[in-house]
Design a protein around this ligand. Structure first.
Ligand SMILES: [Ca+2]
Length: 282
């Protein structure tokens, strides 16, 4: 059965081949997938195919990629075909993630790619960043139904010193199999809505830049990183301090530990933390 996305394409063109269609998608920063028809019709989409609904059509195939060329070669291409959650009397078919037929070539560019190639196994993997930079190792955590997480911070036992300089945070440090901070470019915090049961201790820091002991961009007269022995998106100063001192539980000194105010307050240093991100589509 062949299927076509019901979403309105961002662009429709006639092209000579699937590769030309995929290149059109690559060259459009908003494009995350394309649909190629063997008569030469090429449609590009800004939605990912795992969030689209498909309808029947003959002679077409859907491809998804995140704009991923590395050193002029394709790194990842996923092809969708075969099984769909589709009642033949309905025109609408739902896409089923477990029914993806996957073609992966080369190296993955994020934990989502890793999940598609080695389904269900958490661990350390090599990925190539979307901007085509050097390969880096990352820690990916797969969950059964909700896709995959890229872990950006982990505290477990206090072996790693987190009282580090700004550039060390930018470059990343630690042991990916244990405690670490992942290199990152987004040093201004940008958050969506909170949900969960530990209380929201991050939204107060939303929109603020990253202060470390040697770079003070917080709104306090002092340097919050020095004052609270950490490095964070401090305001004046914090509701949370997950890069603070690893103090293993209750401490008398105020707000200098691995603190999450809404849950255990300023005098309890969490024993285990993980910060992780994943694409919004999941
Ligand atoms: Ca300051």
């Amino acid at each position: 059965m062949d299927l076509k996305p019901v979403e309105i394409p961002t662009q429709q063109l006639n092209v000579s081949s699937k590769m030309v269609c995929s290149t059109k998608c690559y060259n459009d920063v908003t494009c995350t997938g394309f649909f190629y028809n063997y008569d030469g019709r090429c449609s590009t989409f800004s939605a990912r195919f795992h969030s689209l609904t498909f309808v029947n059509e003959t002679g077409t195939q859907a491809y998804e990629h995140g704009g991923r060329f590395h050193q002029d070669i394709w790194t990842v291409e996923r092809r969708y075909e075969g099984k769909w959650d589709c009642n033949m009397t309905d025109s609408d078919c739902s896409f089923l993630q477990e029914d993806i037929f996957v073609e992966v070539s080369g190296v993955p560019t994020d934990c989502y790619d890793v999940m598609l190639s080695v389904a269900g196994t958490s661990g350390v993997y090599t990925i190539v960043s979307r901007d085509g930079g050097a390969p880096i190792n990352v820690s990916c955590e797969m969950s059964s139904s909700k896709g995959s997480w890229l872990v950006i911070q982990r505290r477990t036992n206090g072996l790693e010193d987190f009282y580090k300089k700004w550039k060390e945070y930018k470059d990343g440090f630690g042991d990916l199999n244990n405690e670490f901070w992942l290199e990152q470019d987004y040093f201004r915090l940008s958050l969506g809505d909170y949900s969960g049961d530990a209380g929201d201790s991050l939204s107060q820091q939303n929109g603020y830049r990253f202060t470390a002991k040697d770079v003070d961009v917080d709104t306090s007269k002092s340097n919050c990183a020095r004052k609270y022995h950490g490095a964070w998106w401090y305001e004046n100063c914090h509701d949370s301090n997950l890069n603070g001192q690893y103090l293993r539980g209750t401490h008398s000194s105020r707000a200098v530990g691995v603190n999450w105010r809404a849950w255990r307050g300023y005098n309890y240093s969490l024993k285990r933390t993980e910060m992780k991100i994943r694409p919004m589509q999941f």
